[in-house]
Design a binder for this molecule. Structure first.
Ligand SMILES: C=C1C[C@]23C[C@@]1(O)CC[C@H]2[C@@]12CCC[C@@](C)(C(=O)O1)[C@H]2[C@@H]3C(=O)O
Ligand code: AKG
Ligand code: FE2
Length: 356
């Protein structure tokens, strides 16, 4: 039996204080446990947080543009992220998933806790897994879906759960198609074809991909400059497709620019290159370090579609991207193995599998 995403963390329990979740709306001041300083995260204050003077940010790419593939390839190399317009996902579906997300987080905390994520689990309500790597708490709450959300949704919405399951199913279907299209546009732009990545062939009758959906809520925060919504991390995925509501908060890191805010563009989606795509491209595409900041007047929602291969498919650098006189940059790894490495070594996971 292949390992599924839901099995991955059985040997990696995390002890996170779900039940001590504060009533974010009642706090007028940031408690000490939520106040971040540079010693809590070395990159906390790295370079400018408001946009750099150049106003530079990740590109917005029109998928209908004839040069879209090259623009995507370039963005994957320079930023590891881009936004897309004209992606074909109906606006109504984006509105539905935003409505679902805001309805979920508006539920009373006791109801949300009925679907709390277990210490060894992947799915359910709680703080992001990465919380265990930091001394300070993040100003956010999350809900992870992997596989059918039916059981959890029944606990959250005894009456309406089926409608909400339909929205998730339709959303994941659209995201799967789009993620695969984007991966091939990016690979084709650097001369990699289906013949070079046989396990990922477009028309293979076997569905080689799997995914998780991460719903995030960043409540209004009394002292946003000292708080952290979601700490700096890279995703372990091939690609992550992120929908954000109209409140800014996502930032991406560039060595030469520091933290750069990704402005919300209505109807568009943010695409992040994840660690597995970085490995597959032998380091050509950058997995983007990103984080979420919070806001003093507006709450923020985001929905991340975390997309990768079946957990047991071995990912290694595409041979034609590796110089004949050098070894691939990374050892080959399955998504399940990589998630376990990440659960132990977090942001050092890529360096743990690097060939020297
Ligand atoms: C498939 C997955 C990627 C993820 C771990 C997970 O099993 C489900 C949640 C994902 C998420 C979302 C928030 C950021 C992140 C680093 C985390 O803690 O949980 C990612 C994980 C990842 O990409 O490694
Ligand atoms: O909320 C955001 O903008 C970022 C979310 C994110 O990085 C994630 O869910 O992995
Ligand atoms: Fe992320």
């Amino acid at each position: 039996m292949p390992t599924t995403l839901t099995d991955v963390f059985r040997g990696h329990p995390i002890h996170l204080p779900h039940s001590h979740q504060p009533d974010f709306t009642a706090l007028r001041e940031l408690p000490d446990s939520y106040t971040w300083t540079p010693k809590d995260d070395i990159l906390f204050a790295a370079a400018p947080s408001p946009p750099p003077a150049t106003g530079e940010t990740i590109p917005l790419i029109d998928l209908n543009h004839p040069d879209a593939a090259n623009q995507i390839g370039l963005a994957c190399k320079t930023w590891g992220a881009f936004q897309i317009a004209n992606h074909g996902v109906p606006l109504e579906l984006l509105q539905d998933i935003e409505f679902l997300t805001s309805s979920l987080f508006r539920l009373p905390v006791q109801r949300k806790l009925k679907a709390a994520r277990s210490e060894t689990g992947v799915t359910g309500y709680g703080v992001a897994r990465i919380a265990s790597f930091f001394n300070k708490q993040m100003w956010s709450e999350g809900f992870t879906i992997s596989g059918s959300p039916l059981n959890d949704f029944r606990k959250l919405w005894p009456q309406l759960h089926l409608n909400y399951c339909d929205i998730v199913e339709e959303y994941e279907e659209q995201m799967r198609k789009l993620a695969s299209k984007l991966m091939w546009l990016a690979l084709n732009s650097i001369g990699v074809s289906e013949e070079d990545v046989k396990w990922a062939r477009l028309n293979s009758d076997f569905n080689w991909a799997q995914a998780a959906l991460q719903l995030n809520h960043y409540p209004v925060c009394p002292q946003p400059d000292q708080a952290m919504g979601l700490a700096a991390h890279t995703d372990s995925t091939l690609l992550t497709l992120l929908y954000q509501n109209n409140t800014a908060g996502l930032q991406v890191f560039r060595d030469d620019l520091g933290w750069v805010t990704v402005p919300p563009v209505p109807g568009s989606l943010v695409v992040n290159v994840g660690d597995l795509f970085h490995i597959l491209s032998n380091g050509l595409f950058k997995s983007v370090l990103h984080r979420a900041r919070v806001n003093q007047t507006r709450s923020r929602f985001s929905v991340a579609f975390l997309w990768g291969p079946q957990s047991d498919i071995r990912i290694s650098s595409v041979p034609k991207l590796v110089s004949p006189v050098e070894s691939p940059l990374y050892q080959s790894v399955t998504w399940a193995e990589y998630l376990k490495i990440k659960a132990t070594h977090f942001n050092k996971a890529l360096s743990m599998i690097r060939n020297h």
